[in-house]
Design a protein around this ligand. Structure first.
Ligand SMILES: C[S@@+](CC[C@H](N)C(=O)[O-])C[C@H]1O[C@@H](n2cnc3c(N)ncnc32)[C@H](O)[C@@H]1O
Length: 100
């Protein structure tokens, strides 16, 4: 059951600290990544690129980007709420990714 909360004027309607934020972002990832990835491929993202993703959510696109840019590239991500990207933070498997 979703508990509706009134948004403050000018506030992001889906508060990033919401307890179901990871689930919400997971649904967005499932819907939009199949559209986002072909777009990024058409832009030509590849080996050696340096990318910044502002508002990375779960980090699924950042993860994809880090595979494309390889060891000679770099991906920097940021988000107002990083708890949702915890499983995908950089580590030995993703040397090209930095999360802030
Ligand atoms: C719709 S999700 C997009 C996730 C991902 N970029 C994608 O394309 O699948 C938007 C993200 O932006 C983050 N966000 C919202 N306002 C922000 C801000 N002022 N600074 C940084 N991140 C922000 C939210 O926490 C959320 O994770």
């Amino acid at each position: 059951m979703v508990e509706a909360q009134p948004a403050e004027s000018g506030a992001y309607i889906f508060d990033a600290s919401w307890k179901q934020e990871r689930e919400r972002l997971g649904h967005l990832e499932a819907v939009w990544d199949p559209e986002t990835i072909p777009h990024l491929e058409s832009v030509g993202v590849g080996e050696g690129w340096h990318c910044a993703e502002i508002g990375a959510g779960t980090g699924s696109i950042a993860e994809w980007l880090s595979r494309q840019v390889g060891a000679t590239g770099h991906v920097v991500t940021t988000d107002i709420e990083t708890k949702c990207s915890v499983p995908k933070v950089p580590g030995p498997m993703d040397p090209a990714m930095t999360s802030r």
